[in-house]
Design a protein around this ligand. Sequence first.
Ligand SMILES: Cc1cc2nc3c(=O)[nH]c(=O)nc-3n(C[C@H](O)[C@H](O)[C@H](O)COP(=O)(O)O)c2cc1C
Length: 202
Amino acid sequence: MNPRPITLALTGASGSAYGLRVLDCLLRLGRPVDLLLSDAAQIVIATETEWRPPSDPALIGAYFADRLHADPGLLRAFGRHDWMAPVASGSNPNAAMVICPCSGGATSAIAAGASDTLIERAADVMLKENRPLILVVRETPLSAIHLENLLKLARLGVTVMPASPGFYHRPQRVEDLVDFIAARVLDHLNVEHDLIQRWGEP
Ligand SMILES: Cc1cc2nc3c(=O)[nH]c(=O)nc-3n(C[C@H](O)[C@H](O)[C@H](O)COP(=O)(O)O)c2cc1C
């Protein structure tokens, strides 16, 4: 039986390369992905990378599958108010959800239970269904508002994973730093990978 999809949301925090690398890895490893992009994520992706995903959600899946040489059947994308998407309901929960990168705004909306966009609603579903939710937050410095929101979510079982790569693997390229975070995200999704050398292994 095919594994249940993983929901991957990119929001408008800096660090879109992390989310795009997680997407690349999941598809390469044959994991089905439900992809959600916020409007601000589209702007940040265009600012930080050469990627130009279409604004029409119906075209986003084919765009990424083509660019990543992935099976288009593994990837579904949904619009910000597509309440008919499976991820909008607790009756059809995905295996896990990761928001990478996760903005302070998205963190706040999720902590408040706003559910005003599909990303917020999908996260709300994961919370109420007690399913894994991972936030790769990126902001610096963090205000007390950010910290209170993150504490509230951590106490609800959310994995708060700041986009702060380690340097003990002696990164040589930006991609090595990106892979450090992508590897930790895949670890927490229970997806086997060999992105980086593990500590204590030759
Ligand atoms: C280039 C760029 C970089 C940004 N970086 C961050 C960031 O690192 N963290 C953050 O919380 N917001 C950042 N923002 C602001 C968010 O995009 C903005 O608050 C937006 O409303 C978030 O909406 P979303 O959560 O729906 O994506 C950035 C915006 C731009 C254009």
